[in-house]
Design a protein around this ligand. Structure first.
Ligand code: FPP
Length: 248
């Protein structure tokens, strides 16, 4: 009889092959996780934070260079007010609480998204952690926060349009590199792998430009139940794929 591989075996298998440089995750299903247990949705978000913490550690253990987590989208503002404010506080507190662990692991936090519109206290708290970890050279955790993929593209187009207007760039010369360089992810390689939890089959306005050739792994597991073993398994699935980038 064979048993399913455990976390250590999945880690060992994933580490025996080249690991992706950049993994992005749409962490979905906190609300359903809570509702199924008869708990308020925010209880799911609290569990979601625990899952995120474990995944940051697992990403570092695995040797990823970049981990992007979709924490709060521009669309999330239209959720009930108490859920939004609880989420804001929870995210700010969790990021603050992670500072010692990020420092200990030589990991760096960066934020992808529009700063405008985020409550000032929350922004200050997160900016503090970004500042403190800025010189760390290990894993970079990119938190997509007040992030929208179309907004990111609009901001990039505006930046490029201003360069054209100023005479620093010719419209006909605008290249993919120029667009990439005007995004929030300017100096960061595109994700190799995008994981979405909770069984949804959507991109939800996430990293629209950057995921052109990204491999997708969709899992029915709800985010609070997604553990390091699931990350290692997804990486294993990625390692089994042939990436053709549109060629044969
Ligand atoms: C999805 O669940 C999750 C979110 C909207 C984002 C919040 C994420 C966390 C609290 C995880 C921690 C993240 C960090 C970076 C510390 P959902 O509410 O969309 O679930 P549902 O689809 O079941 O309603």
């Amino acid at each position: 009889m064979t048993t399913a591989p455990g976390e250590a075996e999945l880690l060992e298998a994933a580490r025996s092959q080249p690991v992706p440089e950049h993994v992005a995750i749409i962490m979905d299903g906190n609300g359903r996780w809570a509702t199924r247990r008869g708990l308020p949705r925010v209880a799911g978000h609290r569990e979601g934070v625990k899952a995120a913490r474990a995944i940051v550690r697992a990403a570092d253990t695995l040797g990823l260079r970049y981990l992007t987590l979709y924490a709060f989208s521009t669309e999330n503002w239209s959720r009930p007010l108490d859920e939004v404010s609880t989420l804001m506080n929870l995210l700010e507190r969790s990021v603050h609480a992670e500072l010692p662990a990020l420092m200990a692991r030589n990991a760096r936090l960066r934020v992808l998204g529009r700063p405008h519109g985020v409550p000032a206290g929350v922004r200050r708290g997160i900016d503090h952690v970004v500042h403190e970890t800025r010189n760390n050279t290990g894993l970079t955790v990119l938190m997509a926060f007040n992030y929208g993929g179309r907004d990111e593209l609009l901001d990039a187009f505006r930046t490029l349009a201003r360069q054209v207007q100023a005479g620093d760039l010719k419209a006909d010369d605008i290249s993919e590199k120029d667009v990439s360089g005007a995004l929030y992810t300017a100096d960061i390689p595109d994700p190799d792998l995008l994981i979405r939890t909770s069984g949804e089959m959507r991109i939800s306005n996430f990293l629209l430009w950057q995921i052109a050739y990204t491999e997708l792994v969709l899992t029915p597991t709800l985010w609070p139940d997604f553990g390091p073993g699931d990350l290692y398994r997804a990486v294993g699935e990625f390692q089994g794929r042939t990436r053709r980038f549109g060629k044969v």
